[in-house]
Design a protein around this ligand. Sequence first.
Ligand code: G3P
Ligand code: CA
Length: 333
Amino acid sequence: MWNLKRYGISLLGLLSLTCACSVGQEPPQTEALSWHTLNGEPPIIIAHRGASGYLPEHTLAAYALAIDMGADFIEPDLVITKDGELVVRHDRYLSDSTNVADHPQFADRKRVKVGHEGADWFVEDFTLAEIKTLRTKQVKAGRPTDFDGLYAIPTFDEVLELVTQRSEETGRRIGIYPETKQPAALEALGLSYDTALLDSLTKFGFDGDDDPVFIQSFEMENLRRLSQKTNIRLIYLFGQPLSLSLEEIARFADGIGPYKLLLIDDLGVPTGLVKEAHELDLPVHTWTFREDDVAPQFQGIAKDELIHFMDLGVDGLFSDFPDTAVKARGVSE
Ligand code: G3P
Ligand code: CA
């Protein structure tokens, strides 16, 4: 495996250095270890929904923990309230991730909507003030529920404030990696989703292609629209084999965000997608790495999985457990 090879080189280099020093010679120049990323830098670690393996996802507490764990970017999924405020939730519906069902005053907001199975409560039917009365909870079975009921749903601006504050405190500029969630459907309801997104990012100084910000979406049309309005780098997400070429994607996006198992086959052999994307200068940010959901090729060992993908040359990884990803990157260096 590559990682062992990389260790071999590293150990040999160390041995040469030790021998040379022991006889008073100049240490030899050892070959610098390199990453197979587009820019030769280590891959970025993106805290997926915050440190969501530990705390309820998409809460300020989960984002702050991710930053403390060394994540380079934090990832908010964005939806929008009735009064036009962007808030962070993975879904427009609220029953899974909040205690909305315990609020009798909202019983009549439970609705059936196209594209969603069964009745639920939807963010766009609530004002921000109402959303703020809810509390978040763990969404994934088997993860800690000790923090259920403690944290409110943050606005996107509150997340940006946290990132700004932590960047100032730590002296390390922390990046933001928002995902647009069903923007076409929300715009069709009369909500100014794109404008709210770009206004917030601009307000906090994330508006250029050299700022630590990427906007990601599964919706190609949304990225096409955004590409006309902003210089922020755009990432096209996909979970299935592509039905369009990478050349076509390069016309409206600056990189790709494929599901991780599109990058390797059942034996872990690269499918070639990373190489093909790199040939077009498209960085590859892949998802999602979870200690409690490791791909079968890696026999449940999260670190092995992460190192394997880092060896493929991916430029970024989304992880629910950013501490594990940061450690794996350290092992690979
Ligand atoms: O955002 C990257 C990837 O995680 C997309 O999937 O469903 O977790 O937002 P999701
Ligand atoms: Ca996401």
